[in-house]
Design a protein around this ligand. Structure first.
Ligand code: FAD
Length: 628
């Protein structure tokens, strides 16, 4: 008999990034007993790494900004494949969520007249990113943690127990969602420090597990982003959408090796940094696609004037949406005009005085100085695309965050739809706050509508434990690190930034073989410490998730025969209005294989469609979709 701890909650939130923290706060504020589970230490989520800021149309720096402009930018950035209802809710509610964060203690940078300062970012018409230097995510997490501590203090005063209504389970990894019939009834997890198992009984579970970057070799993501929430949802019977759309951030460091993949925030370009090739040319002027031609400067002079006079000049093409910039860098490198180590140059040193750089970009300066001895006030960086963000994720109801399985909810990067085929920078932090809150509320409404709560079947728990222990039963099995390395290589080389049919087919064949190997990875029982802090075991379990999401990405990428946002097919380079009407939906079949289905997108509500000129809509929509 395997031993378990058991705990009961109303709502279990898996993930303690911005989405999870905001969801947990909402459920607790509405009187529910909540657990927040985090694979990493509390405070160490991707959210903490977010540098640029949270996009919200507050109009503090340019009063022309409003939710309609933000909505339009988001839809354009996502190439009209976004779930328009999510984009609408996001644009309308983001300012309120940022002000709420301020009321909870977040210290944003200010404008001269004392308002929350907002900075420029790619694809945003006006300065829109509320920020705290280049440490905005840190402030978001610090503030939500502080809010949770304040709520725990209230609970201590009322019940004599800090954890009475909200408890954080740090360094605890969920490996399975538990079901009672077709409903969610909890989650199964192990504690990293001890390896012991915990059964969380709860009628509502919110997934907020972030991204999938560790399935790729070059990535800005850290160790815990192994697509767990995506895979947990699929294994529980839910669906994923848009998995072919992966954002390769254009500016990851390519050199030196100590910082390979690490992100150079878009703020470097937003604040004046430029991209040049080995010939010293600002090449982005050659890469402005037709759909964006009217909005971007055609000369360096005009682009440079925009930094000080944005109302009378068009923005420089270095600030095109990320997918465009990433593809342009890729093309320059392929054409032999790259930097010595295979990137291009990103230079802010010749554009801004050193003291301005260290004031506006303090983390960038310190990080690269300390980790790589690169002084960004004195020399250009060498940068190239790095796997950064997954637009695809759990298919959820826009208003409530409900997934297809009753009792399952999702928010943040592990969900799909909001960003369509490409996310605009800064739209994630505000997404976490808007939809974290909505998922928390959705879970509470669901609980309150339940006539009889589910209970956890023992067989579910035993099966989850057996699955988690399986790698120990194969001490001669293959090393999980070897298999992980090959999976990452396959995804990077064959399902990366530029894709072709034959490469994707090769990738899928490789993934079939990797699946067998993932099922046979083995680890040794680790001496007297037992299962405590056993990284090989942890990876062995994570591999199942990375493999499932990789299959989804590769299958969807093979099926979508067009190029759009974070999906570029060399053999189908154009954007197709017919494909825009389609979402690719992944589910698991009875044997655990990935099943792909085409699902029509809901037509956009007429009042939202009316926010665009027909001449613009023609670039994206089919004839019959365009209003007469
Ligand atoms: P995360 O913050 O990624 O948190 C996920 C949580 O889930 C973590 O606590 C993790 O431990 C936990 N978890 C995962 N799996 C499990 C499991 N199996 N069991 C238990 N817990 C689990 N976006 C912006 O809008 N603006 C920016 O300026 C910006 N800059 C960025 C810079 C970098 C370097 C990176 C990597 C991303 C940046 N992004 C930015 C993107 C943004 O930070 C992320 O998309 C966002 O923070 C994701 O938040 P989340 O709450 O969905 O998940």
């Amino acid at each position: 008999m395997t031993e378990f701890e058991r705990h009961s909650y109303d709502v279990v939130v898996i993930g303690a990034g911005g989405a999870g923290m905001r969801a947990a706060i909402e459920a607790r504020l509405r009187g529910k007993k909540v657990a927040v589970i985090s694979k990493s230490l509390l405070g160490k989520a991707h959210t903490v790494m977010a540098e640029g800021g949270a996009a919200a149309a507050m109009g503090n720096v340019n009063s022309n900004d409003d939710w309609q402009v933000h909505f339009r930018d988001t839809m354009r950035g996502g190439k009209f494949l976004n779930n328009w209802r999510m984009a609408e809710l996001h644009a309308k509610e983001a300012p309120e969520r940022v002000w709420e964060l301020e009321a909870w203690g977040a210290l944003f940078d200010r404008t001269k007249d004392g308002k929350i300062s907002q900075r420029n970012f790619g694809g945003h018409t006006y300065p829109r990113l509320a920020h705290v230097g280049d440490r905005t995510g840190l402030e978001l997490i610090r503030t939500t943690q502080q809010k949770i501590v304040a709520l725990q203090q209230e609970d201590h005063a009322e019940f004599g127990d800090y954890d009475a209504r909200i408890k954080v389970w740090a360094e605890t990894t969920v490996t399975r969602l538990l079901k009672d019939g077709d409903r969610i009834c909890g989650a199964f997890a192990y504690v990293r420090e001890t390896g012991k198992f915990v059964v969380f009984e709860a009628p509502a579970v919110i997934l907020a597990t972030g991204g999938i970057g560790k399935a790729f070799k070059v990535t800005s993501n850290s160790w815990e982003y192994t697509g767990d929430g995506h895979a947990l949802a699929l294994l529980a019977g839910a669906s994923l959408i848009n998995m072919e759309f992966i954002q390769f951030h254009p500016t990851g460091m390519v050199w030196p090796p100590s910082v390979k993949g690490i992100l150079v925030t878009e703020s470097v370009r937003g604040d004046g940094g430029v991209l040049t090739n080995s010939e010293g040319k600002r090449f982005m002027f050659d890469y402005v696609p037709d759909v964006f031609k009217d909005q971007y400067a055609t000369t360096e002079e005009e682009g440079d004037r925009w930094y000080t006079d944005p109302d009378n000049n068009r923005r420089p093409p270095e600030l095109l949406p990320r997918d465009e910039v990433a593809r342009a860098i890729n093309s320059e490198v392929k054409a032999g005009r790259g930097s010595p180590q295979g990137g291009v140059f990103l230079d802010v040193s010749s554009r801004l005085p050193a003291d301005v750089i260290t004031r506006k970009l303090p983390s960038m300066y310190h990080q690269f100085k300390e980790l790589a001895d690169v002084d960004i006030t004195k020399e250009p960086m060498q940068v190239g695309p790095t796997c950064h963000y997954v637009m695809g994720g759990v298919e959820v109801d826009p208003d409530t965050g409900a997934a297809l399985v009753p009792g399952l909810f999702g928010a943040g990067e592990c969900t799909g739809g909001m960003h369509g085929s490409n996310r605009l920078g800064g739209n994630s932090l505000s997404d976490l706050l808007v939809f974290g809150r909505r998922a928390g509320a959705g879970a509470v409404d669901y609980l309150e509508s339940l006539e009889a709560p589910p209970s956890v079947p023992e067989a579910e728990v035993e099966a989850a434990a057996a699955e988690a222990l399986a790698p120990f039963a194969r001490p001669e099995g293959e090393n999980p690190y070897t298999v992980h390395g090959e999976l990452q290589q396959t995804m990077n080389e064959l399902v990366g930034i530029i894709r072709t049919e034959s490469e994707l087919e090769t990738a899928l064949e490789a993934l079939v073989k990797l699946r067998e190997r993932v099922e046979n990875v083995g680890v040794l029982e680790a001496g007297p410490g037992g299962r405590g802090y056993h990284p090989g075991w942890h990876l062995a379990l994570d591999l199942r998730n990375m493999l499932i999401v990789s299959e989804c990405v590769a299958k969807a990428a093979l099926t979508r025969q067009e190029s759009r946002g974070g999906h570029t097919r060399e053999d189908h380079p154009a954007m197709s209005p017919e494909w825009r009407k389609v979402n690719l939906v992944c589910r698991l079949d009875a044997d655990g294989g990935v099943e792909l289905r085409r699902q029509p997108l809901d037509p956009m509500r007429p009042d939202l469609l009316a926010l665009f000129e027909n001449s613009e809509l023609k670039k994206y929509l089919t004839e019959e979709e365009i209003p007469s």
